[in-house]
Design a protein around this ligand. Sequence first.
Ligand code: ZN
Length: 60
Amino acid sequence: MEAKEDKYTDIDVTKIYEYADLPDKISVRCDYCGSVKFKSSVGGGKFLRECTSCGMKKNI
Ligand SMILES: [Zn+2]
């Protein structure tokens, strides 16, 4: 069985997530630590958002 919450409690900050796979649990907040501070970079047609406190990365 797959619980929907699991992917948010099991976040690996060394991975780069895709927004399509892991939409923001709370809009514009880090899914892992809840921070609202991000640094972002654009590359390869993607917008990579990195949390400045825990380092979680997501392509959005
Ligand atoms: Zn974070």
